[in-house]
Structure formats: structure tokens, C-alpha cells
Design a protein around this ligand. Sequence first.
Ligand code: SF4
Length: 99
Amino acid sequence: MISNSHSAPRTLAPADAWLKRAACRDVEPEEMFPDSDAVRIKFAQTVCAACPVTRACLVLALRAEGKAGRDSRYGIFGGLTPRQRHRLHLELRKRRISP
Ligand code: SF4
């Protein structure tokens, strides 16, 4: 059956609705990809520290990155650097835990 609804289409699936609450929505995207600049990394982590959806973000990042090596991970997600996420990935894998 074809719907006659005139309501606005949903832009986010319910499972992704948490993205609307992301603290990084208010900063320039490149600020969350600071490379190896310590000051910029700290800034991005400060943004994440004030974010109400850190856990969901980190889970999504870990799932998206899969088995990627530490040099194939980019940006700050869930407050963690690529290296920190890689270490967490290895630890979870060792314990046979899926993110
Ligand atoms: S945890 Fe950080 S990167 Fe993830 S949504 Fe929140 S502010 Fe953005």
C-alpha cells in the first residue's frame, strides 16, 4: 500500500537517532580528526567528554573499523584516539567480546 503521508521523511533510522545528540555536531568535522597534534587531540577528547552518546559512538566506531590496524583508524570517536581504539579492539578480541 502506498502512503499518502505528507510528514517529513525520517532522516535517521531509530538505531541512529542518538547521532542527533552528538556533541561534535557543533564543531567543524576536521576538529575530530586531529592527526598527531596533541593540542588538537585534547580538544577533540574534550568535546567527547561532554558528549551524552559516547558509548554508542565508540561501539559504532569499533564495529565500523573491524579488524583494522592502528594505522588504519582515524579520528577521535568515543573519546578515544585511533591507537586507543586499536588497543581496546585487541583487548575485546582477546576476551572474545564483540563491541
Ligand atoms: S563521543 Fe565524540 S565523536 Fe562520538 S558523537 Fe560524541 S562528540 Fe562525537
